[in-house]
Design a protein around this ligand. Structure first.
Ligand code: NAP
Length: 318
């Protein structure tokens, strides 16, 4: 019988690595599958790898670079006995113990686990236009709470017309002089109360029927190229930063039909971090569409680790 891990953690953002620190310190020798560096938005370390300075993570009064914070968490997990492998789950089977996780497309590499913590996170949807990926962390952001502070007295834009976009735009008016709210249609999708708030904020300037076709700038964002979809007119809008707020997508593809999810694909957790499958837990952004902060993800990673510990203790006792 091949080696069976007590706990395998899928994902290496703040949730997964905090779960690894806690289960490591509990002598459970966790294995973390940290993902593959296949693309800018799907790499080990999660979304913080795409951020520059993180100023709101407690314990870092001077701020810390997102990648450095993740590196520190990773080292802390390893120090307490976690193994970290650059692999991701292509398929899982939670029908019977030990649970199986396939980590290669040709299905030759299988990892066996008595319990699993899903911490695969969520990805911000992106516009997929020239300049966007290159300038992430240098004027392109997907998190106003994380990066708004850097745009004090600047001119910025938020892209989108849903509650997230309006919420981000409103939040950003605390810092920026002017916030363009660029939407592809002529009416927002957001709730009436958010629309009302956005309309009555003098710093928010809506731009309707407009698509962003490129983000321009060499080392930082300098302008956006815009296309008016009614008139076909193209213009260039000078600004200092742009926040993409067109929704998120949880990374739950491999769990479809196996783990209970809500209509948007976020994993449903009952009490604590327990999923509908015994011994399978979920934490971080993959089950949280509300808070989505590094610190809340880390907190729920801790919860998942404690839930796993209790689960394994009960297994031993029975
Ligand atoms: P959303 O409601 O799906 O809105 C996404 C917005 O982005 C839409 O306006 C959409 O345009 C636009 N969009 C999508 N793809 C685009 C593209 N490729 N190019 C340009 N624009 C694009 O997502 P969300 O705002 O993140 O909200 C998700 C859920 O969370 C919603 O149920 C929302 O109510 C909830 N939420 C609630 C709160 C709150 O209550 N405080 C805060 C945030 C989110 P169209 O309108 O043309 O489709």
């Amino acid at each position: 019988m091949p080696k069976t891990y007590e706990v395998v953690i899928l994902g290496s953002g703040p949730a997964g690595l905090t779960a690894a620190i806690y289960t490591g310190r509990a002598n459970l020798s966790p294995l973390v599958l940290e993902g593959e560096p296949s693309s800018a938005s799907d790499q080990p370390g999660g979304q913080l790898m795409l951020t520059t300075e993180v100023e709101n993570f407690p314990g870092f009064p001077e701020g810390v670079q997102g990648p450095e914070l993740m590196d520190r968490m990773r080292n802390q997990a390893i120090k307490f006995g976690a193994s970290v492998e650059q692999k991701k789950a292509f398929r899982v089977s939670f029908d019977q113990k030990p649970y199986k996780i396939w980590t290669s497309l040709d299905e030759t590499d299988i990892i066996y686990a008595n319990s699993v913590i899903i911490a695969t996170g969520a990805k911000s949807l992106m516009l997929d236009i020239p300049g966007e990926q290159e300038l992430v962390g240098h004027g392109v952001s997907t998190c106003a709470t994380c990066d708004g502070f850097f745009f004090r007295d600047k001119t910025i834009a938020v892209i989108g017309g849903g509650d997230s976009a309006l919420e981000e735009a409103l939040f950003l008016t605390r810092f920026a002089n002017k916030v363009y709210l660029i939407h592809r249609r002529n009416e927002w999708r957001a709730s009436p109360i958010m629309q009302e708030r956005a309309r009555s904020n003098v710093k928010i300037v809506p731009i309707w029927n407009t698509k962003v076709t490129s983000v321009n700038g060499a080392s930082t964002v300098k302008s956006l190229s815009l296309l008016n979809t009614e008139t076909n007119e193209t213009t260039e809008l000078e600004l200092d930063g742009v926040f993409i707020a067109i929704g998120h997508s949880p990374s739950t593809e491999v769990f479809k039909g196996i783990i209970d999810m809500d209509e948007n694909g976020y994993i449903e957790t009952g009490v604590g971090t327990q999923t509908n499958i015994e011994g399978v837990f979920a934490c971080g952004d993959v089950q949280d569409h509300t808070y989505k902060q590094a610190i809340t993800a880390a907190g729920s990673g801790c919860m998942a680790a404690l839930d796993v510990q209790k689960y394994i203790e009960n297994l031993v006792e029975t």
